[in-house]
Design a protein around this ligand. Structure first.
Ligand SMILES: NC(=O)c1ccc[n+]([C@@H]2O[C@H](COP(=O)([O-])OP(=O)(O)OC[C@H]3O[C@@H](n4cnc5c(N)ncnc54)[C@H](O)[C@@H]3O)[C@@H](O)[C@H]2O)c1
Length: 322
């Protein structure tokens, strides 16, 4: 087994970011993709996210000495902000750039991709059938010692453990979007995950610039979404019930808790389609007259107008205005 070899299954939004975070820190990274057309879709993502990471690192130089620096520096790229200087960030930039250029490979052949891997990170679509299919295909190709983790947001590792061929060496390692800035890594085992595997995954997460957040048991939504989803739902309920407008709800939260962003600013970042999909999963959303039903209708109106959040330039707020 090569302790420096990381394999990412899936080259989507998160898979690409995870692989690049590992490459930046010096791991040798192989993306396994299923076809040439996947290569065509993933290659520009590798280029775009590498550029964004380096851009944020370059911008961080201007933040040295500023009181805001500690809040906005790219936490996944700079381990110790308190000792950072313009020179140390410059050196980090050069090493990071070289690592991103030299440590990333794409492989279509399954056996070649995972040969000798230390850890294989599954980050494919949130589709249980596709995940089971891939686990089944890879299970006899992995080295005996290779650890397998899933980045699934909503599916529990116990749903898949039996298909992996290594339930004791399998658990969840869940990242947040734009992982080089939002560097959380929730580590969640299933009842059959061994302590050695769990501890090794915690160490690995730390080694790639993440802050490992340890869950003691399986929990749908992990820690973050177990808090965030009800919080955002409560805010949407106030809005849909016309208790207060969006700006007032956000202002209340921001002033009372010193939080930098209220729930509707967060919803704009998450994206209104995701908020809509989460809302529609609630049975009450299908019943006329419920607050969940009203939230669904209001979100749908905005989505139909193209107001889906920060990425679209407009959501609850207008981001095209200077
Ligand atoms: N997007 C987020 O904000 C976010 C955050 C945390 C975790 N996640 C999780 O990460 C995982 C990936 O999400 P994403 O946003 O990167 O999705 P995505 O749609 O951007 O990428 C999915 C990737 O899986 C590949 N894929 C799908 N089916 C496949 C199959 N049968 N065989 C091989 N490859 C297949 C696709 O080609 C694509 O490269 C999901 O489990 C998701 O829940 C996403």
């Amino acid at each position: 087994m090569n302790k420096n070899k990381v394999v990412v299954l899936g080259g989507g939004v998160l898979g690409t970011q995870i692989g690049l975070a590992c490459a930046y820190q010096g791991y040798d990274v192989t993306f396994w993709l299923r076809s040439e057309s996947s290569v065509g879709r993933t290659t520009p993502k590798i280029e775009r996210y590498s550029a964004l990471m380096l851009e944020d690192l370059a911008k961080a130089k201007a933040l040295v000495g500023s009181p805001m620096g500690a809040f906005v520096y790219p936490r996944g790229l700079v381990r110790d902000w308190s000792s950072a200087t313009a020179e140390s960030l410059e050196a980090l930039y050069e090493t990071g750039k070289k690592n991103l250029q030299e440590n990333v490979h794409i492989e279509l052949d399954k056996a070649a991709a995972v040969k000798d891997a230390y850890i294989v990170i599954e980050s494919m679509s949130e589709d249980p059938k596709a995940k089971i299919e891939v686990y089944t295909q890879f299970k006899d190709l992995l080295d005996e010692d290779t650890i397998l983790v899933t980045n699934s947001s909503t599916l529990l590792p116990s749903m898949f453990a039996e298909y992996t061929g290594r339930p004791d060496k399998y658990c969840s390692l869940h990242f947040a979007n734009t992982i080089w800035k939002n560097n959380t890594a929730e580590v969640m085992g299933h009842p059959g995950t061994s302590k050695e595997t769990y501890d090794e995954v915690v160490k690995f997460a730390d080694s790639i610039g993440m802050v490992p957040l340890q869950l003691h048991k399986e929990q749908p939504g992990y820690i973050l979404n177990s808090m965030l989803v009800p919080f955002l739902s409560a805010a949407q309920g106030l809005w849909a019930n016309d208790v207060a407008d969006v700006e007032t709800i956000d202002k209340t939260w921001e002033l009372a808790t010193s939080a930098p962003a209220g729930p509707f600013k967060i919803l704009d970042i998450v994206g209104l389609e995701t908020a809509y999909n989460i809302n529609q999963m609630k049975p009450a959303a299908q019943q006329e007259g419920t607050i969940e039903n009203r939230i669904g209708k209001l979100l749908k109106e905005k989505i139909d107008k193209g107001e889906t959040g920060v990425n679209a330039g407009k959501g609850f707020y207008d981001y095209t205005k200077k």
